[in-house]
Design a protein around this ligand. Structure first.
Ligand code: PRT
Ligand code: ZN
Length: 283
């Protein structure tokens, strides 16, 4: 049995539960329950505040956890980052009031900067030989300059909308983050085995992201041409059709190139094209 810590509520909660569900791990949906057991996989889910996850994993209260890399970097607890999960992407950036004529990081010399990430910021200032005052505040960092508490902020940005709303502009992108899977270092072998099994499932889910399964009917004589339109694919599946001279072609196509490829296939005579979503790719 292993225990995984995930965020109880907030930005990473839903996607963490979804990832577990896609990996075949259904947990008790009543999120108020602190611990939820999965029926079909030897795992228990512990719901925590994201700030507490690195420590819980470092102490072995949970064996693994899903948390933003920003929290791992800031908290500096001894945990191992074992997998990047590709969601919860954001950056931690320095932002200054819109009217500031900003030219270089040296602008921050002697300034007061409000943040919830003092360690990551201190490291950046040190690396850039900047002597600034770091004011640690827990929430609503973005309002600090307008109320006179700070000259600038260092905070999480994703769309940038919050900065604009608060009359700020992003001037230095310092740290890039996404949700990661962390683990207690030095796991015993039997737990490691369950974690490997979980990683195998996560990878199958990730591989299928953005991929579509496409089926179409084609005149046999354009088959070679169709295969040329789909370079980089492993050999496509080709099935004969009852109708003489026709075949059915099945391929996996990345969503980014889907329409482009389909239009070209249609132009050479592909018909009855079906695009299906792909759940898992196990290689
Ligand atoms: O209650 P708990 O302590 O568990 O949650 P929390 O409020 O501390 O964290 P939460 O749920 O806000 O974020 C959890 C994690 O999501 C963070 O640690 C990041 O790893 C990740 N993440 C991804 C973000 C964002 N994107 C994000 N945009 N965390 C916060 N934000 C904030 C940002 O600071 C801004 O104020 O969302 C606001 C909107 O951002 P814009 O740029 O899109 O306007
Ligand atoms: Zn938090």
């Amino acid at each position: 049995m292993i225990r995984i810590a995930i965020q109880a509520k907030g930005r990473l909660n839903e996607e963490s539960i979804e990832l577990l569900a896609e990996a075949g791990i259904s947990v008790d949906e009543s999120k108020r329950k602190l611990l939820a057991r999965s029926g079909d996989f030897p795992i228990e889910v512990l719901y925590l505040r994201d700030d507490d996850i690195p420590q819980a994993v470092a102490m072995g209260v949970a064996d693994i956890g899903i948390v933003g890399l920003n929290e791992v970097e800031e908290k500096q607890f001894p945990v191992e980052v074992i997998h990047k999960l590709g969601f919860g992407k954001c950056r931690i950036s320095l932002a200054v009031p819109k009217a500031v004529e900003y030219t270089s990081p040296q602008w921050f010399d002697g300034k007061r900067v409000a943040t919830s990430y003092p360690r990551i910021l201190a490291k950046y200032f040190e690396e850039n030989s900047i002597r600034a005052e770091i004011h640690e505040i827990a929430g609503s960092v973005e309002i600090a300059p307008s109320v006179g508490m700070a000259d600038a902020i260092f905070d999480i940005v994703s769309s940038g909308g919050t900065l604009v709303t608060n009359g700020l502009k992003e001037v230095e992108k310092v740290f890039f983050s996404e949700a990661v899977l962390i683990a207690t270092p030095g796991m015993p072998a039997e737990k490691q085995q369950v974690i490997d099994q979980l990683l195998f499932r996560f990878e199958a889910v990730e591989r299928s992201r953005g991929m579509k399964y496409v089926l179409m009917n084609l005149p046999r004589e354009v088959l070679d041409e169709a295969v040329k339109i789909l370079p980089g694919m492993k050999s496509p599946t080709i099935l004969p059709l009852a109708q003489e001279g026709w075949c059915s072609l099945h391929v996996v196509i990345n969503e980014n190139e889907l329409w482009h490829k389909i239009e070209r296939l249609k132009a050479i005579g592909a018909e009855d094209i079906l695009v299906l979503s792909l759940e898992k790719m196990i290689l």
